[in-house]
Design a protein around this ligand. Structure first.
Ligand code: NAD
Length: 352
């Protein structure tokens, strides 16, 4: 038998159409009295609905969550939580909003109830990327793991389809890298393969049929598995590249994942043959990297860094940052090869 270590994460998950109706029960289980509701400015109305449901226990709304959690935003939100004497955060939104709740929990240990509205998977991880002085650094701390997560596919009907596809590719990226992680193990690999399958089957339906709750629910299940994978094992080259491009060049998080994933997978192809077999099986494609590129195209995400607004002249600096303090990766990180990978991603070539 293969020796391995696996730590089970203790988050409670509530799934189902209309699961948001169970929010008050979840808050009662935590026995908290002053709930701070967090959202992005764009999802203020959803935050107001959540606050209405919570009623007298809602202490206030903080609606300034933004992508990549700048340290200034984290500190402002922490001050708001302290001022309102909050004893719990409810994050309605996804990666950015959950990330802000985590930033608060990191310094205050407030419990989090997360209500994801994309497929990014952040709600299942004790990880948080905070951006300071143009560099995004990831912190792992069990205090940031939400106590409860409410997965309600109805909340995904308002997600613009271009974001739905891209955030689903972000979820798939967690699964792909879990399959070749240094800490890979049979339990995480099971979830990773199933996560890819659930997302890859359902995302094309999600983007084609805006009212399809079944596909949104199945894709949320995939996103939950993806989040567990991300929270359980370390990530590799792909996440390092995306953190570089997002943190230092301001590229949009989910779309960057969608563009880079086929190229990072291709980079690791010969170093992680078992992972590639699992990806191929889950996608039902002939090839892992090509299959991911085709899926990104099928769900309508941009296929090149050029389209995302990256300047070609910045690729040199991106390569420099990406090879600095590299994450563990199954294939050694060579600057020239990373520079070539970035060129392919910038041009949007299908990896062969
Ligand atoms: P997001 O949370 O930044 O949302 C993108 C935009 O879509 C926002 O304007 C948001 O308000 C809007 N939106 C989200 N759901 C919506 C809905 N259902 N209806 C209408 N509008 C909606 O996007 P994301 O991709 O989920 O998160 C990206 C951020 O999350 C990045 O900062 C990334 O680093 C972080 N992240 C962290 C982890 C982790 O484990 N720490 C995992 C994944 C992502």
């Amino acid at each position: 038998m293969r020796a391995f270590t696996y730590t089970l994460l203790p988050t409670r998950m509530v799934f189902g159409v209309g699961a948001l109706d169970r929010l008050v029960d979840e808050i009662e289980r935590l026995d908290v009295q002053r709930v701070l509701v967090l959202s992005t400015p764009e999802q203020r109305a959803a935050a107001e609905d959540v606050a209405r449901r919570i009623g007298g226990r809602a202490a206030g709304i903080y609606d300034r969550a933004v992508m990549h959690t700048p340290i200034e935003t984290a500190e402002d939100a922490r001050a708001a939580a302290a001022r309102l004497q909050a004893d719990c955060c409810v994050a309605i939104g996804s990666g950015s909003t959950t990330g802000l709740a985590k930033a608060i929990a990191l310094t205050s240990s407030l419990p989090i109830v997360a209500i994801p509205t994309t497929f990014a998977g952040s709600e299942m991880t004790p990880l948080q990327g905070i951006t300071a002085e143009g560099v995004k650094k990831t912190v792992r701390d069990a205090r940031m793991l939400p106590k409860a997560v409410i997965y309600d596919p109805q909340l995904l009907t308002t997600l613009p389809v271009h974001l739905a596809g891209a955030s689903g590719m972000n979820g798939i990226a967690h699964c792909v890298e879990a399959l070749y992680a240094r800490e890979d193990n049979p339990i995480t690999s099971l979830m990773a393969e199933e996560g890819i399958r659930a997302l890859a089957r359902n995302l094309p339906v999600v983007v084609r049929e805006p009212g399809n709750l079944e596909a949104r629910g199945e894709a949320l299940y995939g996103a939950c598995l993806a989040g567990i994978c991300l929270g359980t094992v370390g990530m590799a080259l792909h996440h390092k590249l995306c953190h570089t491009l997002g943190g230092s060049f301001g590229l949009p998080h989910a779309q960057t994942h969608a563009v880079v994933l086929p190229h990072a997978t291709h980079y690791n192809r010969d170093a992680a043959p078992e992972a590639m077999q699992r990806i191929i099986r889950a996608l039902g494609s002939a090839d892992a990297a090509g299959g991911l590129h085709d899926l990104a195209g099928a769900v309508g995400t941009p296929l090149s860094l050029k389209v995302l607004g990256m300047h070609e002249k910045d690729l040199e600096r991106a390569a420099d940052i990406a090879v600095r303090d590299p994450y563990w990766n199954p294939r050694p990180i060579e600057r020239a090869d990373i520079r070539a990978l970035l060129q392919d991603a910038w041009e949007g070539r299908r990896p062969e």
